[in-house]
Design a binder for this molecule. Structure first.
Ligand code: NAD
Ligand code: 6OD
Length: 484
């Protein structure tokens, strides 16, 4: 059986205990990962601190950027292996991993290499009361050791989204990927090793959250900042752990995202876009639309079209090219999603399609599959309309006025992403500006420019990453004021 090891101070290191890496498509164990205990967490943080004091601390921006390009190339050289590993860990269709996860893994390194080479700093000429002047300019410095904790839904994409800018800014990192998906993080360590990045700059710890590597990392005195993507309630725990040392945090958390569909939308494009927004990655994207609001004249037609899309998804073996829907990540997560399917029925939902577990008659019956599901008829206060489910499911509701749609879309404690579907330009601008969210897409969904601010309001997060926002989180600015 394949062993997935920690990577500390430039060496692969076994854990004292092992845990299984399970393929969610059929429930088989595909590898054993070595859990990092407190000692290994200490070793990783100490290695990172040493790296900052050593060669890495003296490397200039151009050399750092060159190192990041080599990592991007390393990912691309092993493209098919990365795809296969991501598919085995998550069960997502290979076509999706090849279109989204793995290319983004490489792109994250390229984009932040480009950005750090061109990033300027603020400068101000200041007139003083005595008629003289001062020159202010900011100097960008690394934060130090950054702890990076990521989830299982887009493992390589989200790990590199944080690792690349942190390294671009000259930090050393200790990363802790999700226990559900340790494979591509281990491959990334191999690529980073081969790219000749000095030892201790990138350290990888496998393990769990509470009482394991994740929690130990967030509480470690040698860590200067934590960046985390995951559930809102985990974010709250991490915030508590970071509070005593006032350690800065950047959080990309959960969502209960709304899509607003106006009757003047381009119908076919909207249905295609919504099908992606609801079902992509089996609904396990923080940006997925779990609440769809449709202008009343189009309601029946849209529900019917979305139902056909859901029923047209092919839940197949993930490596098959015709597969468009994978399983959920784990038995535990499937229990959670199915419990919401039941809650929805108990709350009086009409099940338009799905609501259960598919039967295959082969080994997939040991995997963690659910049917893509559409509900209608729930009250806005229903749990399934308020709580993040994180599965291939949405609730569709009709609205009569723009004001009503905006009010319902914003009636959530989350605030990550919204999408608006209309051909009326003024309305698009007007409604977009009213969305209480970090990201609003118009006539598209998950269309990314990596220079743009990414993050959410309320329970969806703290801060923004992307472009200069990432560079600002992963660096400290020292303002120099010179009397001239
Ligand atoms: P999770 O919060 O359970 O776990 C995420 C990571 O945190 C894992 O590596 C886990 O081991 C670690 N962890 C758990 N408890 C910890 C603790 N007390 N201290 C330190 N580390 C801890 O999330 P998940 O189930 O892996 O991912 C799904 C969630 O992530 C959903 O809520 C989804 O919306 C959210 N998400 C958000 C974004 C975003 O950009 N906003 C992106 C992807 C996923
Ligand atoms: O595209 C990104 O940069 C990003 N952070 C996506 C997050 C998706 C959540 O599941």
């Amino acid at each position: 059986m394949k062993q997935l090891q920690n990577y500390i101070d430039g060496r692969f290191v076994a854990g004292k205990r092992e845990f299984p890496d399970i393929n969610p498509a059929d429930g088989t164990t595909i590898a054993q990962a070595g859990e990092a205990d407190g000692e290994l967490v200490d070793a990783a943080v100490e290695a990172a601190r040493r790296a900052l004091r050593g060669e890495w601390g003296r490397v200039g921006v151009l050399e750092r950027a060159a190192a990041l390009y080599r990592v991007a190339e390393g990912i691309e050289k092993r493209f098919e292996q990365f795809v296969a590993a991501e598919v085995c860990d998550t069960g997502k269709p290979a076509a999706l991993a090849a279109r989204l996860d793995v290319p983004r893994g490489a792109a994250n390194f390229r984009v932040f290499a480009d950005l750090i080479k061109t990033a300027g700093v603020e400068a101000f000429q200041t007139e003083t009361a005595d008629g003289r002047e001062a020159l202010n300019y900011a100097v960008r410095k690394p934060v130090g050791v950054v702890g990076i904790i990521t989830p299982w839904n887009l493992p390589l994409l989200l790990l590199t989204w944080k690792t690349a800018p942190a390294l671009a800014c000259g930090n050393a990192v200790v990363v802790k990927p999700s226990e559900e998906t340790p494979a591509t993080a281990t491959m990334l360590a191999e690529v980073i090793h081969e790219a000749g990045i000095p030892k201790g700059v990138f350290n990888l710890l496998h393990g769990f959250g509470p009482g394991s590597a994740g929690e130990f990392l967030t509480r470690h005195d040698g860590v200067n900042a934590i960046t985390f993507t995951g559930e809102s309630k985990t974010g709250a725990e991490i915030m508590k752990a970071c509070a005593p040392a006032v350690r800065p945090v950047s959080f990309e958390l959960g969502g209960k995202n709304a899509a607003i569909v106006f009757a003047d939308c381009n119908f076919d494009e909207t249905v295609n876009g919504l099908a992606e927004a609801v079902f992509m990655n089996t609904g396990q994207v923080c940006l997925c639309a779990e609440r769809v609001y449709v202008e009343r004249p189009m309601f029946e037609r849209l529900v019917d079209a979305l139902k056909r899309k859901a029923e047209g998804l092919k839940a197949g073996w993930p490596m098959e090219t015709t597969t468009t829907l994978g399983p959920l990540i784990s038995a535990q997560h499937r229990e959670k999603v199915l419990s919401y399917y039941k809650v929805a029925r108990d709350e009086g939902a009409t099940v338009v399609t799905g609501g259960g577990v598919p039967v295959f008659g082969d080994a997939r019956d040991h995997g963690f599959w659910v049917q893509p599901t559409i509900f209608t008829g729930l009250a806005e206060a229903a749990r399934c309309v308020k709580e993040e489910i994180f599965g291939p499911v949405c609730h569709v509701r009709a609205f009569d006025t723009e004001e009503e749609a905006v009010a319902m879309a914003n009636d959530t404690r989350y605030g990550l992403a919204a999408s608006i579907w209309t051909t009326e330009l003024n309305r698009a601008h007007r409604v977009a500006r009213q969305m209480n969210a970090g990201i609003t897409w118009v006539n598209c969904w998950f269309l990314r420019d990596l220079r743009t601010p990414f993050g959410g309001v309320g329970l969806s997060g703290i801060g923004r990453e992307g472009g200069m926002h990432s560079l600002n989180f992963y660096s400290e600015l020292n303002n120099v004021c010179i009397r001239t």
